[in-house]
Every structure is written in C-alpha cells, then in structure tokens.
Design a binder for this molecule. Structure first.
Ligand code: GEK
Length: 327
C-alpha cells in the first residue's frame, strides 16, 4: 500500500511540473525517497495512522484571509467534533497557530497571526507569486500566504511532527497549491526560482548565519524578495550577541545581531533595497502556555523580577522584520 507521505510528496512533484520550480525534480524525488528510508521519526507511522482516522467533513466555508478558519460547529455532529478534537490533541505540542476547525479552537502557544500582521503590510503582494517558507513550523503562515493568492506555497521544516500538524489542517482544505517538505534549508539544491522567500524565527537557530542567508539568497530568483524575521538586540552595526549555553531557556540559539549589523550582512551577501520594517518585543500575550502545549512558555523564561531580561540575564526577546531584494 502507498505510504501517505509518498502520496503527499507525489502531489507536490506534480504541482511543480511546468513551473519555475520544475528543475527541483532533478533532486527532490530521490531525496525524499532516501528520507523515507532512513530519516523517519520513530512515531511517524503511528502519527500517520492517527491522521487517517480524522473524519472527512464538508466545511460550510473556509477563510484564510484574516485567520485560518475552516467550517463551523454546525457542519458536524458532536461526536465527530469530539473525535477530531481527540485526534488533534495527539499531535501536541501545537506551537504555531491559532487554527479554528468546526468550532474547535486550536489555541496554540504562539499568536502567529500577530507576527503575520506585523509582516504582511510591508511585503510585495503575494498574488501569483511562488513562495518558500523556510522553517514553516505547523504551516500557519503558509495558509495565510495562500490566503493572499500566492500561486504556490512550499514550506520546509525538518521537524516531522510539524509535517503531521500541517497535514491535519490540509485534511480539511484540499488545495494543491500548498506543500510541506520535511527538509532543512541546507538540504535544498539552489533553485534560484522563488519570487518570495520567508524565513521567520530561524536565523538565530543556525550556527552559521552567513551561510544560512546565502542559502536563502540561492532560493530566490534575481530581484526576488527575502522576508526575514529574527531575534535582534539593540546596538550599532558592530553589535552581535552570541548567547551562552542557553537563551530564554533555548539551547540552540547562536547569533542575535542588531538590525544595523544584519543590514551590513545582507548588503555584503548581495541583497539590496534592505528595509527594517518592524521591531517589537515579544509580549507575554503573544507567547504563552495554553492547553495545547505541554509545559512552560515565555513567562517562565524571563527574569521574574525584571521581564526586560531573560532568565540568563540577556535582553528579553526582541524581533525584527527585514525585507530585501536579491540583486
Ligand atoms: N535547518 C533548518 N531549515 C529549516 N527549518 C529549520 C531548520 N532548523 C530548524 N528549523 C525549524 O525552524 C522553526 C523555527 S520556529 C519558527 C516558526 C515560524 N516560521 C514562525 O515564525 O512562527 C521558531 C522558534 O520556535 O524558535 C522550527 O519549526 C524548526 O523546526
């Protein structure tokens, strides 16, 4: 029997035939076959069996424009709603959202819609653009990109539970313009093809941020737009914070540049028209513990005496959005 992920990947291949991404087919199918053979998470097949149990419904409406909302509670009976809820709970922790499905509110750790509201006014209209979201998490922002009429949205993220969360949402929205591939950016061939590349919340997780930005550039066509969102610190063009073992309890945080330093990096790497369009301290309302995650959230990672500092004594999380074009 065909594995569910084979069907997902095949749909993706079909949807990029005869598009500016067609040359990806030179490497992608072999790479995903290899992934299936040797990289699948121990729980992956179990998650797929749970996914297959999600009832098929006929949503009365779907909106992706101001929020991600699929159908209403009235479209289904209470038993079906409980069944969907129970299955979605199996895919916890749900970090990026929120999602509304048939009256179920997946109240995620993050209000990712607030980030989108800070980003969206400053970018080129996505209508008819081919878009890549690097480090897409559950795919929340991908749905919002589709809501802006992008012609194709591809998300990559190596965390396999997020692929499952994405497919759980896609179960309710059959749309062949949107695909998630369980890859890290470093595994992608340089496609030089996307009109817009988003990378939100990833740069600080990369040990070599210069290489990372170069990899993002090589996914864009000439003139294409990079939308970069990352943790920053105050300071001049020479200021970059390298955290110690942990930053706000996260182990895998490397470089937090100032926006001026980031602008220098981008200019040196061959970007132009570089604009810092937003800067914002993450609030305790935007990232908080809910019933959809197990464990702690931002409040527990800040100094209880002074929330302008992390528990380790660094400046509290401040995020910037930078938009630039590939020369
Ligand atoms: N090498 C890699 N290549 C691609 N993705 C990666 C890599 N390494 C880690 N990730 C993925 O990058 C995402 C970062 S979260 C941002 C989500 C969304 N964009 C958001 O803006 O809310 C931010 C955070 O929670 O700190 C995770 O989903 C990782 O699996």
């Amino acid at each position: 029997m065909t594995k569910p992920e084979s069907a997902w990947f095949n749909d993706c291949y079909k949807s990029i035939l005869d598009t500016p991404l067609a040359h990806w087919l030179q490497t992608l199918p072999a790479q995903m076959n290899e992934w299936q053979k040797s990289q699948k998470h121990g729980e992956f097949d179990k998650w797929c069996r749970l996914l297959a149990k999600i009832p098929t419904t006929t949503p009365s409406s779907t909106t992706l424009v101001d929020e991600v909302r699929i159908g209403s509670a009235d479209d289904i009976d209470q038993y079906t709603q409980k069944k969907i809820l129970g299955l979605l709970q199996q895919f916890m922790p749900w970090r990026k959202g929120p999602f509304h499905m048939h009256g179920i509110h997946v109240n995620t750790e993050w209000r990712s819609d607030w980030k989108w509201d800070r980003v969206a006014p400053h970018i080129s209209p996505l209508k008819d653009r081919t878009v890549l979201d690097v480090g897409c998490g559950s795919g929340y922002h991908m749905w919002r990109m589709l809501g802006c009429d992008a012609s194709r949205v591809v998300g990559i993220d190596p965390t396999q539970l997020f692929l499952i969360q994405f497919q759980a949402i896609k179960h309710f929205i059959a749309d062949n313009r949107i695909h998630f591939l369980p890859l890290g950016i470093e595994e992608m061939q340089p496609l030089n093809a996307f009109d817009t590349v988003f990378s939100m919340g990833v740069l600080y997780h990369r040990k070599d941020p210069i290489q990372f930005l170069t990899q993002l550039k090589h996914q864009l066509r000439k003139g294409g737009e990079l939308v970069l969102e990352t943790l920053v610190v105050d300071g001049d063009a020479q200021t970059v914070l390298m955290a110690g073992e942990r930053y706000a309890q996260m182990r895998n945080v490397w470089f937090l540049p100032s926006t001026d330093a980031l602008t220098v990096w981008l200019a040196r790497l061959g970007f132009e028209n570089i604009r810092v369009v937003d800067k914002n301290f993450t609030t305790l309302d935007e990232q908080r513990a809910t019933e959809w995650i197990e464990g702690q959230s931002l409040k527990d990672f800040l100094d209880p005496e002074d929330i302008t500092r992390t528990i380790e004594g660094y400046p509290a999380p401040q995020r910037a959005v930078i938009v630039a074009n590939r020369k």
